[in-house]
Design a protein around this ligand. Structure first.
Ligand code: GDP
Ligand code: MG
Length: 199
């Protein structure tokens, strides 16, 4: 398979219950539910614009647990970009991302050229906050990845998250809008919208 296949594969990792499925469903279907339904693995596809043509954005929503290490390795090998989700209400969920990040480094080698987004979800729950955004920013700098806080519940920064991830890909010129042109100014403004100010 040539590197420039017609699929662009994004994999979403993170502990169980942080809101991976909620973020993906909010983005793909525009819906949100309060009940928790554990995921094994689901993949969603969407047509996006890519290098003056179109390609398929393939989003894989993984299970939070480490019950399926072989599946996790395969997802990393096949993935072009990664979303690492924790909940701002759980320090433990941030800790749990570390081995996943390390495995991405181990399998992919040069992670600097790979779009990775560290995402603090549930930022609507700020009274229960356990992880300050400044702390996650420090980690993101160490990991040489981008950082954003989101709320799948309030639909805050969800589309921006996916758009920003595509912007980080330097090998292809991609946009969520099929006829969309990406302005580099817009890219910069999107990038600094990382902090969550929802109360
Ligand atoms: P996953 O295991 O990471 O896929 O987590 P889910 O998407 O299934 O969500 C776990 C629980 O967190 C569910 O009860 C969701 O309703 C809730 N949840 C997900 N995203 C948010 C959010 O942004 N804010 C709040 N308050 N709850 C959320
Ligand atoms: Mg899930």
């Amino acid at each position: 398979m040539p590197e420039q296949s017609n699929d662009y594969r994004v994999v979403v990792f993170g502990a169980g219950g942080v809101g991976k499925s909620s973020l993906v469903l909010r983005f793909v279907k525009g819906t949100f539910r309060d009940t928790y339904i554990p995921t094994i693995e689901d993949t969603y596809r969407q047509v996006i614009s890519c290098d003056k043509s179109v390609c398929t954005l393939q989003i894989t929503d993984t299970t939070g647990s480490h019950q399926f290490p072989a599946m996790q390795r395969l997802s990393i090998s096949k993935g072009h970009a990664f979303i690492l989700v924790y909940s701002i209400t759980s320090r433990q969920s941030l800790e749990e991302l570390k081995p996943i990040y390390e495995q991405i480094c181990e399998i992919k080698g040069d992670v600097e050229s790979i779009p990775i987004m560290l995402v603090g979800n549930k930022c609507d729950e700020s009274p229960n906050r356990e992880v300050e955004s400044s702390e996650a920013e420090v980690l993101a700098r160490k990991w040489k990845c981008a950082f954003m806080e989101t709320s799948a519940k309030m639909n805050y920064n969800v589309k921006e998250l996916f758009q920003e991830l595509l912007t980080l890909e330097t090998r292809r010129n991609m946009s969520l809008n099929i006829d969309g042109k990406r302005s580099s100014k817009q890219k910069r403004t999107d990038r600094i919208k990382g902090k969550c100010i929802l109360m």
